[in-house]
Design a protein around this ligand. Structure first.
Ligand code: CTP
Length: 450
């Protein structure tokens, strides 16, 4: 019996896929089809897949060509599968010509002519209208955003808003955007989504105004500095059927998602402690240190450090306490937030003028997980036990600056597929605003006592 094996994502199943499977089957007597997991596709940089794996498998099955369907979830699996299933032929479309020649060591490799004029990418682009996005603010974050957006399909960054028109003009020129403006009304009329990357103090007002104008909002962290404001914005977004997302890239990184599911699966037992640290030595002239109202290390980096705490231990902490060092102008340059939970404790540590190890350490009753610096760009983590022989290192991919993951989740939420809301829920984002509010109150008290 001649066994043939082939692989694909088979997203939005189309006639190119059908014809490929039909011809693959005709090459032998028994056809094995490997369908990729979303996780694997995400890891290899293929974002925005629309159909969930179950649907993609069902579509392959419905053709009647596959004798066996398997799931492909890691690099190198093809070599393993070919040996395991004793495949005689590996086949794939001609768009891959040459790429799989290394498999010739194990079986015959046949590239079948690709069906012209159709692809999942094309169908994805046709299925949903392009999201036209504008950027509010033209500073450092905004600058990182545009290049990352090119990796996300279904999105076009069209323009930039800045009350300082010269900055907007410079930014539009540098990033080759269609328009720039200092007029908020004009801005909202030209886009259907915004990325708010302006100073913290402006976030609430811009987000509210954008939502009122029927525009989806992806807002840099911290979204708000009070709980009431965050609640108001999420209620407004819900009433208007718009997407409001706080942009915390770590929450959308494949490695961080993997880390959370590892913790939740109980491998390290009950979690008793989460320690997260984010410090970056910052020159005195930058906004983080000069903005006496909203600057400081905790408003700048606290959202990252709080994220794993809320994700792992939940929103129902009993108490949060803050200790900090203040600069002359009253902004905190080093802060520790201590959380107390019924059965756990946690610390979030942030610094602008103090440098520390940027790691995340999660301690449990059976073991611990160490995510080395920079844990917020989760590349790898180690699950450790009393018996070191059981330790396991897990490496995941984190592409570019990582903004592409949150952006692609934002786009898929707007379009109603992808199911990524769990990665950062409205309740979690509101809880973060509440913590920021408590922090600012504690800082004010300390400033007054000085
Ligand atoms: N295929 C084909 N003809 C097409 C599209 C795909 O023969 N017009 C083949 C591919 O070469 C591959 C298999 O179908 O062997 C599964 O491809 P997949 O990557 O899932 O589909 P694409 O439409 O190429 O997806 P995308 O646009 O996301 O790359």
């Amino acid at each position: 019996m001649k066994k043939v094996i082939t692989y694909g994502s088979f997203d939005l199943f189309h006639k190119g896929h059908y014809r490929l499977l039909q011809r693959a089957k005709a090459l032998g007597d028994y056809l094995i089809v490997g369908v990729t997991t979303e996780h694997f596709d995400e890891e290899r940089g293929k974002l925005n897949l629309i159909d969930p794996i179950i649907k993609r498998i069902e579509n392959v099955k419905a053709t009647g060509f596959a004798d066996e369907i398997i799931v492909e979830d890691h690099v190198g699996q093809k070599v393993e599968d070919i040996q395991k299933y004793q495949a005689d032929i590996f086949t794939v479309g001609s768009d891959w010509t040459g790429k799989f020649d290394y498999l010739k060591e194990y079986c015959e490799v046949i590239y079948l002519p690709r069906t012209e004029g159709i692809s999942s990418t094309m169908l994805r682009a046709e299925a949903y209208e392009l999201v036209h996005m504008g950027i509010m603010g033209s500073g450092r974050i905004a600058g990182r955003f545009v290049p990352e957006s090119r990796f996300v399909s279904g999105l076009s960054i069209d323009g930039v808003f800045n009350p300082r028109i010269k900055s907007a003009e410079r930014f539009a020129e540098e990033h080759k955007l269609d328009f720039f403006t200092d007029d908020e009304e004009e801005f909202y009329s030209k886009v259907n989504a915004v990325n708010i990357a302006s100073p913290h103090v402006t976030h609430y007002a811009y987000a509210k105004n954008a939502l009122e104008h029927g525009v989806h909002v992806l807002c840099e962290k911290p979204l708000c500095l009070t709980k009431a404001q965050a609640e108001e914005l999420y209620a407004l977004a819900k009433a208007k059927k718009l997407v409001l997302m706080e942009a915390i890239k770590t929450a959308h990184a494949p490695g961080f998602i993997r880390l959370l599911s590892t913790v939740k699966s109980g491998t390290i037992g009950e979690v008793r402690d989460v320690e997260a640290c984010f410090t970056r030595l910052t020159p005195d002239h930058l906004r983080e240190l000069t903005d006496t109202e909203c600057g400081g290390s905790f408003t700048e980096f606290g959202s990252y450090a709080i994220l794993p705490i809320l994700k792992i231990l939940g929103l129902h902490y009993e108490d949060v306490e803050f200790k900090m060092f203040l600069a002359e102008n009253g902004v905190d340059v080093y802060t520790k937030a201590y959380f107390t939970y019924p059965n756990a404790i946690a610390t979030a540590k942030t610094g602008l003028k103090v440098k520390s190890e940027g790691q995340l350490l999660i301690s449990g009753t059976k073991g611990y997980i160490l995510v080395p610096s920079p844990w917020w760009l989760t590349h790898e983590f180690e699950v450790c036990y009393e018996n070191r022989e059981q330790n396991q290192k897990i490496a995941t991919r984190f592409l570019g600056g990582g903004l592409r993951y949150e952006l692609s989740d934002f786009i898929s939420t707007i379009n109603g597929y992808g199911k990524s809301e769990f990665k950062l829920t409205a309740s979690e984002s509101i809880a973060m605003a509440e913590i920021m509010e408590k922090f600012l109150a504690a800082r004010k008290q300390m400033q007054e006592a000085k």
